[in-house]
Ligand binder design. Structure first.
Ligand code: ZN
Length: 131
């Protein structure tokens, strides 16, 4: 079973905590122990597991902007090459462990959808495999 969640982003660039969405999908699956795959089917969105503290989010977006500025000598005609590149750097999926029906995360970890070309309606797919 593949669970689909819709996330509406509000900013051109932002991180949105989807941990509760992933946990809800795990609960719905009924799987107690196994592997959870989280995937975003978008070319200008990244998916990361990292620190929940908002200062870090600001730092990450700022550093990515320094590495990949919005305006540059890009060839992609849509004007959003910077967003594609940032999403490529972060990747579009994550594997997580599931133990006792709960996603396994460290104390400071959470799962974030990283919007780089918003605001838009985004999808997050989650599947859970018993094992
Ligand atoms: Zn594009």
């Amino acid at each position: 079973m593949i669970e689909e969640r819709i996330i509406k982003t509000r900013e051109s660039a932002e991180l949105i905590d989807v941990t509760a969405d992933v946990q809800a999908a795990i609960g719905k699956s009924g799987v107690k122990n196994g592997i959870c795959v989280v995937y975003v089917p978008h070319t200008t969105v990244g998916l990361i597991i990292n620190e929940a503290e908002p200062g870090f989010h600001s730092d990450l977006l700022r550093v990515l902007n320094q590495l990949v500025p919005e305006k540059g000598t890009y060839r992609h005609p849509d004007g959003n090459s910077h967003a594609h590149i940032k999403a490529s750097l972060l990747g579009s999926s994550q594997y997580l462990l599931v133990r006792d029906g709960r996603v396994v995360l460290g104390t400071w970890q959470a799962i974030f959808l990283c919007e780089f070309d918003g605001p838009r309606s985004r999808k997050v797919f989650v599947t859970v495999l018993e094992g």
